[in-house]
Write a protein that binds this ligand. Structure first.
Ligand SMILES: [Zn+2]
Length: 58
């Protein structure tokens, strides 16, 4: 049984399984954009050293 969702940002199909770490988004980029962090974090998204989500001051 395979379940697919659509990325809330771009509408791309995303398989719902453990390998899709950004689900329901298709990618880290779409996830960050949707969370509204893109503008603030764009200079550090190039690497894999992003801080844990949820620690961004509002
Ligand atoms: Zn997407």
């Amino acid at each position: 049984m395979s379940l697919e969702v659509h990325c809330p940002r771009c509408g791309k199909k995303v398989p719902w399984n453990e390998t899709q770490r950004w689900r329901p988004f298709c990618s880290e980029r779409c996830r960050l954009i949707d969370l509204g962090q893109w503008a603030n974090e764009e200079h550090r998204v190039a690497g894999d050293d992003l801080p844990p989500a949820g620690d961004t001051p509002h």
